[in-house]
Design a protein around this ligand. Sequence first.
Ligand code: MRU
Length: 362
Amino acid sequence: MSAPQSRERSIILNENGWSVRVLDQRGLPWRIEWVELTTVAAAARAISEMWVRGAPLIGATAAYGLCLALRADASDAALERGMALLLGTRPTAVNLRWALERVRASAQPHQDDARVAAAYRCAALICDEDVNSCRAIGDHGLELIRAVAAQGRTVNVLTHCNAGALATVDYGTALAPIYRAQELGIAVHVWVDETRPRNQGALLTAYELNRARIPHTVITDNAGGLLMQRGEVDLCLVGADRVSRNGDVCNKIGTYLKALAAHDNGVPFYVALPLSTYDGSLASGSEIPIEERDPAEVILISGELPGGEPGTLRLTRSAAANPAFDITPARLVTGYVTDRGILRHASEWAALTMRALQRNTR
Ligand code: MRU
């Protein structure tokens, strides 16, 4: 078996020191195309049209988007315009606002070129921190996989959507422990929910796992319950787009149903996330804005036609609805795999964020 292919970061500052390149995820796995973002408008379009997606990568792209806005015009007015444009791209992942507020806070005290330079430093830091956070999530989550592997068998993990390297700057959140397990030679097999309607599981997670040579099987979104009843899932490991103060988890539509099935079958259900995905300003998940996307995403299915060329088919002539995320109540979550360790209860968030805040302000 050949060695796994090495990955690049999902967003890279170009050699010119100011534009960034991102992988256009819409073409995966059929087409690998990097695009250069040179304006704030292009960054906003890349986020809203999902060339890039996944909470941490949305934040990183927005951070550089604000840098591009300031490079064109470093005034206060341009800063606010850039913020508003980028904030309006997607409503659910809190990393977007988190990253933009960080860049604004670091740029605001400066003027002109110094302001632009401060913004770029902050965006680079956000990216580096994300890589480190994801590695730490991998280390902490590894313990869950090790515990099952100690029984002397392949560990079966079920995941939903794509919470891998493509959803972050590198490594991923839910997939990071799986990558770590593979590095250590622990046998893991991943059940990959296809994740209708945009099929991030079948298209992106499967692509990542293929590249890393990690055994996996794509299943329909409805299959997980049966697999859990049959004892074929050791643990569920999913990502998050926002977690509220009481521990409710907002993630890709369909996550909630997996959590219900896991609860009913005694399968541990873990959510992996960096601190940047925690929103302590919201008391519960019911306050999290759920993105409603174009019904065309439900009606039309894209993929590879029998001849090998990409194509799109119409599934139905009926009306369709497309809520993109759902809320999993905290009571269904076994634990949160964070970059600072595994939390078992929502009440631990407050202490954790306070410690992180103290560390950053010291
Ligand atoms: O709509 P997307 O593809 O941006 O949504 C991303 C997700 O919901 C991911 O599954 C993930 O769990 C959160 S990002 C690590």
